[in-house]
Design a protein around this ligand. Structure first.
Ligand SMILES: [Fe+2]
Ligand SMILES: [Fe+2]
Length: 188
């Protein structure tokens, strides 16, 4: 499916606000792709489809995760919306005919990250957090950092996520901590 057709299809699948966010992610991810020398085509696809499962109710997310053999742990049972990454990758493959495993992986990992993230994975994760419609304290600094140092930006982004969860006394998924620790060790 060509990009324009995917774009029309995803626009219908998302709320207007989520579509605006998605286009912001496409835009920022392309900017990052140029900066880090990543294939623009993969970046555009992953960014465009990263939230394709966002509108699914919890019940459907859990059901599709079960069908696809996606592991569901305690934290995910408590907060099924965390599944919109991995289930999004399934939907991107089945309903949007995306067959590039690197693109599907970046979609799958955009919420919790992973212990061995590729540059494409990091780029989508970060563009999702700093695209121009995002508003939270510190976003401008983080936005600048995403164009300067990918790994330092990842640690700063994960710090921000953990801090936000601590402030709300919310459960922190262990993968968020593990993702942060692995990248932190890498930059020494
Ligand atoms: Fe998302
Ligand atoms: Fe998103």
């Amino acid at each position: 499916m060509e990009f324009q057709r995917l774009l029309s299809k995803i626009e219908v699948a998302l709320t207007p606000g989520r579509f605006r966010h998605t286009m912001g992610v496409v835009d920022w991810a392309e900017r990052m792709a140029d900066r880090y020398g990543v294939h623009r085509g993969q970046v555009r696809l992953a960014a465009l489809l990263h939230d394709c499962a966002k509108k699914l109710p919890d019940k459907d997310l859990l059901e599709r995760a079960g069908q696809a053999g996606i592991p569901v742990d305690t934290e995910i049972t408590e907060q099924p919306s965390l599944l919109h990454g991995p289930v999004g990758a399934v939907i991107a493959r089945e309903e949007y005919a995306i067959d590039d495993p690197q693109v599907l992986q970046a979609i799958s990992r955009h919420t919790l990250g992973a212990d061995d993230m590729t540059t494409l994975d990091k780029l989508i994760f970060l563009a999702d957090m700093v695209e121009v419609n995002r508003r939270y304290p510190g976003v401008e600094e983080l936005r600048v950092l995403t164009l300067e140092d990918l790994d330092r930006a990842m640690v700063a982004a994960l710090d921000q996520t953990v801090r936000h969860l601590l402030d709300r006394r919310a459960v922190i998924h262990p993968q968020t901590v593990s993702t942060r620790n692995n990248i932190l060790r890498g930059i020494g």
